[in-house]
Design a protein. Structure first.
Length: 408
């Protein structure tokens, strides 16, 4: 424990050093300059450090009070460092005489709890298409006409889907600004129907049973990385979204219980999802566990075990197997399963729940929602894996159907 006497006796050394107090508080003595208070803690499994001021401007008693305040934030699930940065951004925004679209958009983006891929796509839209025309303009000067002129440029380049997404992003920024009291209206509201509707492009998928069998045999013959092979083999057995599969973490799996529980923060609709695992899926995972089970990710990147595999890995592997982007995609495993399961007579609601299709305003308690139709889905997922085995073996294609009266 530090005391005022010990603090006054601190001397500079040739290298920086720290002297601990208690509960994560320490004083850091640099080679030159005043000693600095530091609070060391862990958040979301990561070691972090928060600056609490310098000594003697901040006394020992004051440093302990600041440490205790940070600990209270941690107890409430708040990262003290991130919270401080957010407060600084908010103060900067409040002090800015005229908030611009770009300054508000940057703050809005910083507050979004989305995947890295989604965040990168949003930043690309802002940087390439929106900031050049809207970025420097004060919010209150951006009218519906100004927004439409910006969007029409994107539309004119025949990027209809990008124009639609750009309009959504502008609306999200303005609704955030309205809530924060920075402006009064969302100029995108009158633009409903003003843009050309993009053609719906479905993810390529193989749905013919004979061709599915050929795909499964091709996957089993994949000669690339073992982790990629396992991802290809597991994809048709669980048919989750590609991002949910590639970022899977071992902590989410109960292999003995044959279940995969995906937390809401990793799901598109932000609702937790339960995936019953067939014996075939568990077999793939157990073999893979010998290789990657010591780490966080089930399918780690080849470059770093601290990151999941690239979002392009599955599609690249399918291309390597000879399937073009017009024939099959990683997302296509969902369409493959949905098409066949519906044709075979399984409960449509159970299929939709297994696909994690749900409107966000229908989501209540996360795991109650996730467990809907769980008994029937468990039966369906095992029957589906058995069916895929029969197709892989080139056997007679039989449309298996659930027995009458199966639980829903």
């Amino acid at each position: 424990m530090l005391t005022d006497a010990k603090l006054r006796a601190l001397k500079h050394r040739e290298t920086l050093y720290r002297v601990t107090d208690s509960a994560g508080l320490a004083v850091e003595v640099p080679v030159n300059g005043a000693p600095r208070w530091r609070f060391r803690y862990r958040f979301d499994g990561r070691a972090k450090m928060l600056s609490l001021g310098t000594y003697p401007s901040v006394s020992l008693a004051q440093a302990r009070l600041r440490r205790d305040a940070a600990r209270a934030q941690l107890a409430n699930g708040i990262d003290p460092s991130a919270n401080r940065q957010e407060e600084k951004r908010s103060r900067s925004l409040a002090l800015a005489p005229v908030p611009t679209f770009r300054s508000v958009a940057e703050i809005w983006m910083s507050r979004q709890d989305v995947s890295e891929a989604t965040a990168n796509k949003s930043r690309w839209i802002f940087t390439k298409f929106l900031y050049p025309d809207l970025g420097a303009l004060p919010l209150r000067e951006i009218t519906s006409r100004v927004v439409l002129d910006c969007l029409r440029k994107i539309e004119g380049a025949d990027m209809l889907e990008t124009a639609r997404r750009a309009k959504i992003r502008v609306g999200q920024v303005f609704r955030f600004a309205v809530i924060e009291g920075l402006t009064d209206v969302d100029p995108t509201q009158p633009l409903r129907g003003a843009l050309k509707a993009p053609k719906v492009k479905h993810h390529a998928a193989i749905v013919d049973p004979v061709k599915i069998g050929g795909l499964l045999r091709a996957i089993d013959g994949f000669s690339g990385q073992f982790v990629t092979l396992c991802a290809l083999q597991l994809a048709p057995l669980v048919f989750v979204r590609p991002g949910e599969l590639r970022a899977a973490q071992w902590s989410e799996f109960d292999l003995d219980g044959h279940v995969w529980r995906i937390p809401g923060e990793r799901m598109k609709m932000k609702a937790a999802h339960v995936v019953p695992l067939s014996k075939q899926a568990v077999s793939v995972l157990r073999k893979l566990h010998e290789f990657t089970g010591h780490g966080r990710y089930v399918f780690p990147s080849l470059r770093s075990a601290h990151r999941p595999m690239s979002e392009n890995t599955i599609n690249a592997a399918l291309r390597r197997l000879g399937y073009s982007g017009e024939e099959m995609t990683g997302h296509g495993f969902r369409s493959l399963a949905a098409t066949r399961l519906n044709e075979m007579g399984w409960n449509a609601d159970a299929i939709e729940r297994q696909l994690a299709h749900a409107e966000s305003n229908k989501v209540r308690d996360a795991y109650t929602h996730a467990a809907q139709y769980l008994k029937e889905r468990t039966k369906m997922m095992q029957a589906w894996s058995d069916y895929l085995d029969s197709l892989r073996a080139g056997g007679k294609v039989v449309a298996f159907k659930p027995q009458a009266g199966s639980a829903a």
